[in-house]
Each structure stands twice: as C-alpha cells, then as structure tokens.
Design a protein around this ligand. Structure first.
Ligand code: SF4
Length: 466
C-alpha cells in the first residue's frame, strides 16, 4: 500500500519554514514511529511536511505526483484547520484516496471529525499496531471500521522512530539541512537530535489531565534503558550528533530509570550534552539524581513553574509550591544546569496580585530562558471543561489553541495589563544582570586550563620560531 503521511504543523511559522526554530525544525515522533511501523509491515511510506511546502498549490502538486492509495494526517488541536485543508485537497486530487486521521485532537475530539465526509477513518489513541493492520486490510480490499481504537504497545517491541523520514523529505524539498533537527539553545550544538523515552505522566495538572491519560493510559510506560541507548547509538552512527533532547513530559519522574540511564549513557561513551523536562518537586527531592545527570551531560531542564502563587498552583493542581520552584532553581544553578522556565499568565480566577507573585518568583529564579504562555484552554483537560462550564473561553478558532502569548484567550482577563506583565516577567534585575555578566567573564577567561596557559606564557621564555 502506498501511504503518504502528512504533517500539518504550519500554524506557528507557516509554509516554507523548515529550520526556523523549534516549531519548524523538529520532527514529529508520532509520525516517525508510524512510518517505521508501516515500513516494517511492508508498506511504501512517504511524507509531506507542510512546513516544507511553498503553499497549497505545491502541496497539491506533491500529492498528485506521489499518487498515494491512502493519506494519514496527525492532528493536534492547533493544527485542525491546515489538517482539514490537506484532507479536502487529497480528496480533490483523488476522490478514491483513503483518508485517515490520528493524533491528540483526533483521540480527544473524535466527535468533531466523525461526520466529516472527507475523513474515512479516525485512529484513536496510539496507532503503532492498528495503523499498519488497517493498511494491511485496505491492501487486501477488506473493510476497515471508521473508528479504529489503538492499544498501548510495548514500547520496546516497536521500531525506533524513522528520523530520516523527515530529514530526507526536507532535503528533497531543497533545504540544506546540516543538523537533523534545529538546535535552539547555545548549550546544545548541532548536529542535534530529539528522543522520546516513554509515554504518559503520573501527575494530575488540571490544564493537562485527563487528556494525557486518555491518550496514553493510566500507567506510565517507559522504554528500557537498553532500548533508548540502542536508538542513541543508531543516531550517533547516522548523524554523529553533538547534542540531544528528550521530549518526554517528565523524564525524571522515575528516579531508578534515570540513574540507570545516566550510567548506561556514560558506559556507552556518550558525552553529548542534553536537555529534558522535569518538575520542581522532583528536583528538590532528588538533589543527588540531578547531580548525576549534570555529571553525564545534562545541560538544561525545562521546568513548568507555571505560577508564583501557591493559591494558583493549588487551583491548577500542579502539586508544587512557590518555595519548591525557588529551591529547584537554586539546585539547578548549583550544578550549572540551564533553566528553561515555562509559566502561564491569565489563568482563570488569577488576580493581578497573583500575576505579580509570578513575576517576583521569576526575578528570584532568574531563568536562562523564559517561556511564557497566556493560559490556553485545551480540549480534554479539566480546566478546559471549567472554562466551558463557566463560559470563559474566547477561543473561536482552532488556530488559537496555540499557547503563544499573542491573543486573548479567557474572558475577564485584562490583556493590556497582562502584556505589560509578560514583558516585565522577562526583565532581569540589575543584580541578576551583573551576576550573569560576571559568570560569563569567569567562564570565558578564568578556566584553569586558560590560566595555566597564560602563566606558562608569562613564566617560560618565548620559543624561538627559528
Ligand atoms: S502538565 Fe506535565 S506534569 Fe502536569 S500532568 Fe501534564 S505532562 Fe504531567
């Protein structure tokens, strides 16, 4: 069966944007793994990444040239509009083509898609087993149900993600890709790759759950350390990567796994720096684990601090406290780990005083990277339901499900003031600026090796070049 996977993620940077930062420089692991599974089952797989297209005419031409028997589109809520356009055009180019959708939005909002005549099949949940099975049936001319319910596969039993699916496609479209994925911070040099080591999350944040559990099940599943190291060895052979990042929602929640991984990473000869997600409470309770991670290459944590107000943190069921956020930041600094601070402004019930608490917390944390969001209600989460029940959402179009702070999302929030707060949250205090400048100078000029070299030059006579 000839199947064309479609990645519709142009809401951020638009068409023709490959390499322009995180939104347009990373692969979709969901599609990359489905590609590997479908190829393993003997199907002919190609990819159209809308981010690599010049526009809709280009997409139509590509689709016509590839003439697939089936197209499969992954949909996040923010990708709904371009995904629907892809499906419409696919049916226009070839009315006989079989159309399939999957991904987070399809799993959480299947009723929004079920009556749409341009969609033949909806895959709910994880598709690694059911997607190739459906392709097999279609190839044999057998009937396939409209709603295909996925299972929760053994993550060690499925193939490694097909990283080359994206990289080869970007190159075929004329992008001179030198790094498999786009690095985004100075700590992670190219060639840069990303990984996923597990699925699910044991926490219960109201702006996220139960959507996460709905997709991945109640139990967190993690690949074995050997399996993850195997994929990293493959990536080292293929790309000789210089840095990497884990996408996992919370890699550090399983302390035993992390310690085993750190030991195996070092034993396999990896020294490449990496970033991963963590939580303030985990960092505070596992100082020794953080130290070990830093020793083997951890250079940065993405941390969902979210708010500096304990009342708001309780309201969103974060399971952390302001004091833990501050303590976690101190531990990161102790081990030289960069802090990527995720936080939200404009949450329902949040007062201006509570936003100011978030700002004062950030001044104290002094993160290396600020990643603010205007709270955006996401379908499938309890906080989304709260917003619907209380008629709070201002979102009228799927494009607005992006978390970026550039539009009003919640009724009653003073966005003019919040824009000021957004700017102010990212202004460093003079003391923090001075500390950072001192650290920079120290790193640049006061490394022991450099000092020894300088001393040697001062003490020892110049060698005669002749
Ligand atoms: S926001 Fe993060 S920590 Fe909270 S439930 Fe979702 S994935 Fe887990």
């Amino acid at each position: 069966m000839k199947v064309c996977l479609i990645y519709p993620g142009i809401v951020g940077k638009g068409f023709d944007s490959i390499g322009q930062g995180m939104d347009s420089g990373w692969i979709s692991h969901g599609l990359a793994i489905l590609s590997a599974c479908a190829k393993k089952a003997g199907h002919n797989v190609s990819l159209i990444d809308l981010r690599a297209m010049k526009g809709w005419e280009h997409f139509e031409r590509e689709l016509a040239a590839r003439a697939p028997d089936a197209v499969a589109v992954t949909i996040m809520s923010a990708d709904y509009n371009p995904a629907m356009r892809c499906l419409e055009l696919a049916k226009q180019v070839n009315p006989q083509v079989v159309t399939m959708v999957g991904g987070a939005h399809a799993t959480i909002m299947p009723h929004e898609l079920a009556d749409n005549p341009i969609i033949d099949h909806i895959i709910i949940g994880e598709g690694e087993n059911v997607f190739p099975e459906a392709l097999d049936k279609l190839a044999r001319g057998e009937a396939v149900e409209q709603i295909i319910t996925g299972d929760h596969p053994d993550l060690d039993a499925i193939p490694y993600a097909d990283h080359n699916l994206f990289i080869d496609e970007w190159r075929a479209q004329g992008y001179a890709v030198t790094s498999p994925e786009a690095p985004f911070v100075q700590e992670l040099p190219p060639p840069f790759v990303t990984m996923i080591a597990g699925r699910g999350c044991m926490y219960n944040c109201s702006y996220c759950q139960p959507a996460e559990r709905h997709i991945f099940g109640r139990k967190v599943r993690r690949r074995s350390v050997a399996n993850v190291i195997g994929e990293l060895e493959m990536l080292r052979d293929q790309f000789n990567f210089a840095s990497m990042m884990f996408h996992d929602d919370c890699l550090t929640e399983d302390r035993e796994w992390v310690i085993e991984f750190c030991q195996a990473y070092r034993a396999a000869g990896f020294t490449q720096p990496f970033f991963c997600q963590s939580r303030a409470d985990i960092i505070v309770k596992n100082d020794d684990m953080v130290a070990l991670m830093a020793k083997v290459g951890l250079r940065g944590y993405f941390i969902g601090f979210e708010s500096g107000s304990d009342r708001v943190l309780r309201f969103i069921r974060k399971g952390t406290k302001r004091a833990q956020n501050l303590a976690a930041a101190r531990i990161c600094k102790k081990y030289g780990i960069a802090i990527w601070a995720n936080y939200m402004l404009g949450l329902p019930t949040e007062t201006k005083e509570e936003v100011l608490e978030t700002i004062s917390m950030l001044k104290e944390i002094d993160p290396d990277y600020y990643s603010p969001a205007f709270y955006t209600p996401h379908p499938g989460s309890d906080l989304y339901d709260y917003c619907m029940e209380n008629d709070l959402s201002l979102i009228t179009d799927h494009d607005s499900f992006r978390r970026n702070p550039d539009e009003a999302k919640i009724k009653g929030v003073d966005y003019e003031w919040l824009n000021w707060a957004l700017g102010e949250s990212q202004v460093r205090t003079p003391t923090n600026r001075l500390k950072r400048a001192t650290r920079r100078i120290w790193r640049r000029y006061a490394q022991p090796k450099k000092i020894i070299r300088k001393l040697r030059r001062m003490i020892l006579p110049e060698r005669n070049p002749a």
